[in-house]
Design a protein around this ligand. Structure first.
Ligand SMILES: Nc1ncnc2c1ncn2[C@@H]1O[C@H](COP(=O)(O)OP(=O)(O)OP(=O)(O)O)[C@@H](O)[C@H]1O
Ligand SMILES: [Mg+2]
Length: 319
């Protein structure tokens, strides 16, 4: 048992959107803990609520209910200067650096921007000299400082995004599909950069992706989401070695195998219709697509249950 305080914790976190007078359950009762210096991988299909979860934790979106704790403090109701202070400690790196970087600003201006806006230094020149140091830190040659985002390739653009996220000296970073838009060869470089930074600065990450193969090495723990809910959560190796939820098994079976002998493995195609996140039914949301589902699955709520050593699964078929 650890007595350490989680850097980030949520309890019963919900975010519902009003969509034509109905409620879209984007994030539906999420409990999570991320300890200092660790990475929680958050995996699931498009639309399952990964980005919304990240944004609610960062207080960029108001939660519908539930609580968010940062380093033991309940920050759910923070406003004004307290919120601003806490937000500086939590940053986000986006999927598509191109659309999140202002095309009319140079690399150095983009990296210095948050420091200038937040008056971190008395003089702008100090912010720019710190930007140059951040470029060194993320492996961007200083000769790129006066170029514009479109003049750089995707990998270098993502390095700008990383440098900017680091500029206010945060402890926690939500990495929202940071490598999904990059070529496979470049993906590994950015993942290595993020892991090196974590080791050297002691950063804590929530790493969001729809691609399970990307998160294995970077994550300490992995949470699998389906339509706003957590269906399975475990240590990363445990989840890969011993997946228990039918949805996780199907996601894992879809990962391409580099090993030729393993290529004949059966790929489980997930069939059936995705349940609507608008006013979803009470039962298991994966039931309509689950090969093992019984009638009970579609109607009775499922609880996330610890199956041993922190391996949580929400599946009635396991009882
Ligand atoms: N501002 C909004 N208003 C209404 N619905 C929203 C809003 N933002 C997100 N949603 C809905 O909430 C659900 C979760 O969206 P979210 O973007 O968090 O998913 P995601 O897992 O990040 O998907 P992706 O992998 O495509 O990025 C989706 O059904 C989406 O349409
Ligand atoms: Mg998203």
């Amino acid at each position: 048992m650890t007595t350490q305080t989680p850097l980030v914790k949520t309890t019963g976190l919900k975010k519902y959107f009003n969509v034509s007078k109905k409620l879209l359950h984007a994030v539906d009762d999420i409990d999570l803990e991320i300890f200092p210096g660790k990475t929680l991988g958050v995996v699931g299909e498009s639309g399952c609520g990964k980005s919304t979860l990240g944004r609610v934790i960062l207080r960029l979106l108001e939660p519908t209910s539930g609580d968010i704790f940062y380093d033991g403090e309940n920050i759910t109701k923070y406003r004004g200067s307290r919120l601003k202070e806490i937000r500086a400690q939590m940053q986000i790196i986006f999927q598509d650096p191109y659309s999140s970087l202002n095309p009319r600003m140079s690399v150095a201006e983009i990296i210095a921007e948050y420091m200038i806006v937040n008056h971190v230094y008395k003089r702008k020149t100090e912010a720019f000299s710190q930007a140059a140091k951040l470029m060194d830190l993320v492996g961007l040659a200083r000769r790129y400082a006066n170029l514009y985002p479109h003049e750089l390739d995707g990998g270098r653009r993502q390095r700008i995004g990383v440098a900017r996220a680091l500029s206010l000296n945060p402890s926690f970073i939500v990495c929202d599909e940071p490598v999904s838009a990059l070529d496979v060869s470049i993906q590994a470089q950015i993942l290595n950069l993020l892991m090196d930074l974590q080791e050297n600065i002691g950063l804590t990450y929530m790493f969001i992706t729809h691609d399970l193969s990307v998160v294995r090495h970077i994550s300490d723990d992995i949470m699998v989401m389906y339509l706003g809910q957590c269906v399975e959560r475990a240590r990363a190796d445990e989840l890969f070695d011993n997946p228990l939820h039918p949805y996780t098994k199907a996601l894992l079976s879809a990962i391409p195998e580099p090993d030729i002998d393993a290529r004949n493995k059966e790929i489980q195609i997930i069939r059936g219709e995705v349940t609507s996140p608008i006013n979803p039914p009470a039962g298991c949301r994966f039931a309509p697509r689950c090969e093992s589902a019984t009638e009970k699955c579609a109607t009775e709520a499922v609880e996330l249950v610890d199956r041993g050593e922190g391996h949580f699964v929400a599946c009635a078929k396991m009882d």
